[in-house]
Design a binder for this molecule. Structure first.
Ligand code: ADP
Ligand code: ZN
Ligand code: ZN
Length: 736
């Protein structure tokens, strides 16, 4: 029995779906060296041992000492959460009413969540030799431009892992070739504090700012070292990135770190190289392509202050940066900033929370700001800045609508569109054809009895993936072989129904056999480095016809694309989701932004059966700004967000009556200043075998929303249905 005389107690966060902290005793032998807040300890929990985070250290406890279990051991590895980060994570957990242990868990790199200690030998990094002569380098560059490009990146980065290079589109033989020439060598990576005050800036490639840009940079600088949220609303190519770069100078000059959040697919070699060319400082990347070891490395680099700039996707918002001076959220409207399962946080909103906590500025940028941010900009909560013109002499692409009800269609292309493609190709330029549906066809059916292959677990048709020879359910990912015969009538006449990108690629190659076609979607870019490789091929003009899903809409520069076609926008015009129009407009404008970025003028063609639809007309004729104003007025009248605040309660079970009854009883609660809508079956009522229901709680103020959610979570513990369902709450939901 441990000594009960010793009285040190800790309260810890444990990764379980419970909202409280847990108290443990600390055995005397574990009290030296002194316990620290934020350190990890191993504790018994039920029959398991788990990693827990110490959140308070006390000399007494409200529980009797003999009733408490003791911690088993301390991890003692210096990876503890700083008080600042603990405070931030607690605020996140409170904002989303999400179990605190799970929030801490998600903020930790996977290797630090495990009881087994990770070996800290990190992957080696590649460095460039100092004694390559200019002549050698030039001769080699002539023979192999790709190797030269690789060498340039290694020279700039001063320590880059193979995996990062793979993400940037290079292959092992290029690396080996450079190693053989002794141009590069590998070295164990080290993590040490870095000071970048001197010589960090490459002044030579700094652009002189337009008056609009200069005004923004000046305002940001004037309001440095305090909380200020700046919204930069600027069309694609208007020079937002240049504004970010110049706004970063001041923070870096003060030896502070900068966090740059980008959408999931926005992290391109071009993005990275613009930061690298400007600043001679260590940059860490944080994205889903990294393996666990690399994530740990990025985490370490942030914590030990050896990374000056962290560029990362959603979860980078939890990076343990020790001296953060500025946060930038690029493409702030992008839905990938919101995590759509378990801990449903919005990285942009948490970035704002973090900036407020640290009292530092934050920049949000977009060509199509979210309505929430636009509203905050207009009411003066954010500093609202506009960049109205494209930089240099690039002009905005013109959007035109094609009425497909009036035209003969072939493979989803109208005659007008085909002509436009032909003349674009004839001029030696590229065309981008956008279809937001991957796979070969969204369904297959029997021509004789109309049997449709659908997923029994979701009651939705299977998507045909011809190249893999599979039917895949896009909702639960279950797979099936393509049947040779109809299981209902035995006919062999089973045909694809509708068209996805895979089929479009096949048909376009048939229609334009003299040109090369490339497809960019989640299927064609699954392999690490594949996306970067295809993007390079496009920029090298190896392909003339680009086919893709929304992946192609995001942030890429295609200087030779002068025609963008959107095959079908109609789904979004008539949707039950009040955000569908906003998302359609953002997508349309973002895709259009890919056209005519260089000096060549671009053109955008949108196919629709409803050319007179007022939203579409407004967007096409008056632009996103005007469209957003109109749509925001409509939301104000309907009291929808951002003019009210929502929480979505989701519940699911094997039987439809359970979740419905659970939510119905929640909806009977009286909550001050709030209204309920529902419960209603979710848009996907059945998914992966579970029946799903939604209940929306809407409040006039955020405070009332929080109070109501708190109250509902509290009352749910006495609810007779609660143990029969799985339920969760989503604050500020974006997909209903
Ligand atoms: P955005 O981030 O808004 O899409 P970028 O910052 O990428 O815009 O700028 C688009 C192009 O215009 C880039 O090629 C950039 O180098 C150029 N550019 C930006 N600002 C200026 C400027 N002040 N003078 C000249 N060119 C500029
Ligand atoms: Zn049949
Ligand atoms: Zn399914």
């Amino acid at each position: 029995m441990a000594d009960l005389a010793n009285n040190t107690y800790v309260q810890v966060a444990i990764p379980v779906p419970m909202r409280q902290l847990f108290t443990y005793r600390v055995p005397t032998e574990l009290t030296t060296p002194a316990l620290r807040l934020g350190e990890r300890v191993i504790v018994p929990f039920g029959a398991r041992h788990v990693v827990a985070i110490v959140l308070s250290i006390d000399s007494h406890s409200e529980y009797a000492a003999e009733k408490l279990k003791s911690i088993l051991s301390r991890v003692n590895d210096n990876f503890h959460f700083s008080p600042e980060l603990i405070d931030f994570i607690r605020r996140c957990s409170e904002y989303y009413h999400h179990p605190i242990g799970d929030v801490f868990q998600q903020a930790l790199p996977v290797l630090l969540r495990q009881i087994k200690q990770p070996s800290i030998d990190l992957p080696p990094v590649w460095k460039a030799s100092d004694n390559i002569t200019t002549a050698e380098q030039a001769a080699s560059a002539k023979r192999s431009p790709k190797q030269a490009e690789l060498l340039a990146i290694i020279q700039q980065r001063d320590g880059i892992t193979w995996s990062e290079l793979l993400t940037l589109g290079f292959n092992k033989s290029q690396l080996k070739a450079l190693e053989k020439k002794a141009f590069i060598y590998s070295q164990a990576s080290e993590v040490s504090r870095f000071s970048w005050q001197n010589h960090y800036l490459q002044h030579s490639n700094r652009l002189s700012l337009s008056p609009e840009q200069a005004l923004i940079v000046a305002t940001v600088k004037e309001l440095a070292n305090q909380f200020a949220c700046h919204l930069i609303d600027g069309v694609t190519g208007s020079g937002k990135t240049e504004v970010y770069l110049q706004a970063m100078e001041q923070a870096l000059a003060q030896d502070q770190q900068v966090l740059v959040l980008v959408p999931e697919i926005g992290l391109t070699p071009q993005t990275l190289s613009r930061f690298e060319q400007r600043f001679h400082v260590p940059i860490s990347l944080h994205h889903s392509g990294l393996n666990d070891k690399e994530r740990l490395q990025t985490w370490l680099a942030a914590q030990r202050g050896s990374a000056a700039i962290i560029i990362g996707t959603r979860s980078a918002v939890f990076s343990p940066l020790t001296n953060l001076g500025l946060i930038i959220v690029d493409e702030e409207h992008d839905a990938s900033f919101k995590q759509q399962d378990s801990f449903r946080y919005h990285a942009r909103d948490m970035a704002i929370l973090r900036a407020r906590q640290l009292n530092i500025p934050i920049l949000l940028g977009s060509a199509t700001p979210s309505f929430e941010s636009l509203h905050n900009g207009r009411v003066g909560k954010y500093h609202y800045h506009q960049l109205r013109k494209r930089a240099g002499n690039a002009t905005m692409a013109k959007i035109s609508v094609i009425d497909i009800a009036q035209q003969q269609m072939q493979y989803g292309l109208s005659g007008t569109l085909k002509h436009a493609i032909v003349s674009t190709l004839a001029r030696g330029e590229q065309a981008l054809i956008f279809l937001n549906r991957r796979g070969y066809a969204p369904a297959i059916n029997c021509q004789e009895c109309h049997w449709l292959a659908d997923c029994q677990r979701c009651n939705k048709p299977y998507t045909l993936h011809q190249s893999q020879g599979l039917l895949i359910c896009h909702h639960c990912a279950s797979q099936k072989r393509i049947p040779a015969q109809c299981p209902s009538c035995g006919s062999v006449r089973i045909k694809p129904l509708g068209q996805g990108t895979e089929q479009l690629e096949e048909k376009i190659s048939e229609l334009f056999p003299d040109y090369s076609t490339v497809r960019i979607d989640r299927d064609s870019t699954r392999k690490k480095g594949a996306l970067a490789k295809l993007l390079t091929q496009i920029n090298n003009k190896e392909h003339q016809l680009l086919i893709g899903t929304q992946m192609l809409a995001k942030g890429h520069h295609f200087p030779n694309v002068t025609l963008v076609a959107i095959l079908d926008v109609d789904g979004a015009l008539f949707s039950y989701d009040f955000r569908a129009a906003e998302h359609m407009a953002q997508l349309l404008v973002q895709v259009s932004g890919r056209a005519g970025r260089a000096s060549k003028p671009g053109k955008v063609l949108v196919q629709t059966r409803f050319p007179e639809h007022p939203l579409l007309q407004d967007l096409v004729n008056n632009g996103y700004q005007h469209f957003a104003t109109q749509a925001l007025n409509e939301r104000q009248q309907a009291l929808l967000p951002p003019f009210s605040f929502q929480a979505l309660f989701r519940a699911e079970a094997n039987y439809p009556s359970y979740p419905e009854k659970f939510l119905r009883s929640l909806a009977e609660t009286q909550c001050l200043g709030c209204q309920f809508a529902g419960p209603v079956p979710a848009a996907m009522e059945k998914k992966a075998g579970k029946y799903r229901f939604h209940l929306i709680l809407q409040a006039k103020s955020r405070k009332q929303l929080h109070q109501a959610v708190f109250q509902l979570i509290h009352t749910s513990t006495n609810n007779e249905w609660q143990s029969k369902v799985r339920w969760s709450v989503d604050i500020d939901p974006i997909d209903l």
